[in-house]
Design a protein around this ligand. Structure first.
Ligand code: 3PG
Length: 215
């Protein structure tokens, strides 16, 4: 079994690939491969596919098997059975909106890293006790935004975040400029209408624009 610190390193190296991790809700598994290729072409290699649709597991499987350069993860993991199914489908990282004891238990038994969600100082402290140093701050804008997250950076120094929820090109820099932010997550790089229209070139443009936030 891989230790927590090795898994943290693995997770960090994935999250540091780019400033923005696309958060995808995929309704049709057939669109997953061209969509992931479009994002990778724009520079966004780490991709989170949320387990909110019937197509999600198949989408993870296809992207893991067919998209060169992509690092595919599964999001909206709420329990151990989601966790196991997502890993079996080929997820290289796992994201949850919050944390439960059962989920932490499942993550401990797996070699695949978990990015668990937290929104309060107490939740962060509990996850630190479990050895977690990299967390998802969710729902970022609604929970207090960049100012709130900034205020956690001194008392909870050493914990890094990937804020997600309500982030777009307009406010991403507010988060990315914080010392405790490694990257942000967001769905804005893959709008539903563009996915439905198969506008892959448009999505590559949005991805490239998001990727340029690193500069
Ligand atoms: C989510 O869980 O839906 C993600 O946090 C993405 O949020 P967004 O759609 O506001 O980017």
């Amino acid at each position: 079994m891989t230790g927590v610190s090795e898994k943290t390193e693995k997770l960090l190296s994935t999250l540091k690939l780019q400033p923005v991790v696309p958060v995808l809700i995929i309704e049709d598994a057939a669109s997953a491969v061209p969509l992931a290729r479009a994002l990778v072409a724009g520079g966004l290699k780490a991709i989170e596919i949320t387990m909110r649709t019937d197509a999600a597991l198949d989408a993870v499987r296809r992207v893991a098997g067919e998209v060169e350069g992509a690092v595919v993860g599964a999001g909206t993991i709420l329990n151990p059975s989601h966790f196991e199914a997502a890993v079996k489908a080929g997820s290289q990282f796992i994201v949850s909106p919050g944390t439960t004891r059962e989920l932490i238990h499942a993550a401990r038994a797996s070699d695949i890293p978990l990015l668990p969600g937290a929104a309060t100082a107490s939740e962060v402290m509990q996850l630190r006790e479990e050895g977690y140093q990299v967390l998802k701050f969710f729902p970022a804008e609604q929970a207090g935004g960049a100012a709130y997250l900034k205020s956690l950076s001194s008392p909870l120094a050493g914990t890094l975040f990937c804020p997600t929820g309500g982030i777009s090109l307009k406010n991403a820099r507010d988060y990315l400029s914080l010392p405790n932010v490694v990257c942000v997550g967001g769905s804005w790089v893959a709008p539903k209408e563009m996915v439905e229209a198969g506008d892959w070139a448009g999505i590559t443009r949005l991805a490239a624009e998001a990727c340029a936030l690193a500069g």
